[in-house]
Design a protein. Sequence first.
Length: 452
Amino acid sequence: MLRIHSGLTGRFCDGVSRRQFLEVGSLSAIGLSLSSLLRSQARAADAGGKAVSRTSPKSVILVWQHGGPSQLETFDMKPLAPAEVRGPYRPIASSLPGLDVCELCPEQAKVMDRCSVIRSFTHGNGDHWAAAHWMLTGRTGANGSDRVPRQPSMGAIASHLLGPRTKGALSTVNMNDGGFGFHGGAWLGVSHNPFRFGEFNYGNEAGRLPTGDHKSFALVDGLSREGLLDRVSLQKQLDRLQDKFSQNAVFDQLDAVDQQALDIVLSGRIRDAFDVSKESESTRQRFGDGWGEQALVARRLIEAGVRFVTLNTGYWDDHGNIKGGLDHKMPRHDRAVGVLIQDLAERGMLDDTLVMSAGEFGRTPVINKDAGRDHWPQAQSILLAGGGYRHGQVIGSTNAKAEYPTSRPVGVEDFCAIIYGALGLHADDTVIDHTGRPMHLLPSGTIPFELL
């Protein structure tokens, strides 16, 4: 249930408890309240440093390919290389002259003129957890030994500094959270963890976060919208929470936060966004099932005012039988990403919405003895579209085996700077860290000039 916890006890004259009065659906498997989730917005003014207006229309859809996608089986194919390098697939032409892509990517091929491919993305960390933490937060910290997130994710920072794009929306949503990735708030607090939705087959590396779907936003206990509003009017007669909790910062601005929680439930905007049955049959068929349907939900969430959506696809850690793995999942991923970009462009949403597809690293340039590819952080191909950037280009290059950049290397902090830049944030914007000191969003990093 979407719980707007008040800490109150007792009952109204009709027998509905005060707690039930403020329970409007179920969001949390751990008791985290929607009010807590939304408290980020009440405190955004105290974030410190520079921040853009929270009326900004900018948003991000990050397609996170946890496990590490292969550059040689996507956008940096080497058809003239030996078989053990070039792999099992042939290239096909795309809508961007001179850029061939893998034959498993026909939908993405259609939109390459609207995209940029960074072939020269590179770093030096082959540990899943360490690399994922670095890429999703902009800072090193966690590793495969402890798997503990030590820095807030970019989505959490966006929640902290910006909040949702419109009133009555969530700040961040994370689909299929799990595998290798850190998407939570860390020391910013659980109020900046994303709303989780989808399948969670590989655990939850961001900590225990709230979960739910559009049914979580339904009214319960027989309350109608009108009935709830009538009861909400009684809140003015309740004991003032500020009197009891005036010394507890957790309860700062509770009335405003509770009202915003009610706005989410009563507007129905977010609940409706999860309900793809409201789309035309032709649109649903175009996106398809699984990741495609979730990509459609991502677009609907952005329309509903969500700031940052992460769609986890994968698992891409194909140490063995890479052909068998990619034959199964690449067409589904391709459809989700390609159709999403087409759809956003057709709706006039692409310029304000950055779509970025990446994992924590690439794959080894030579097929191994198990017909797979191992970890290779030295080179990865990254796809991006929209976000107000200039597209229709390939940035950087690699050598004949796609193992090292030969021009224009792009690093982790640059990757993060691209995402922040699409939101109107900058690497030198600051937040107050867990020690009470101002901290830049990134220790370094610049947006590649080709995108500007």
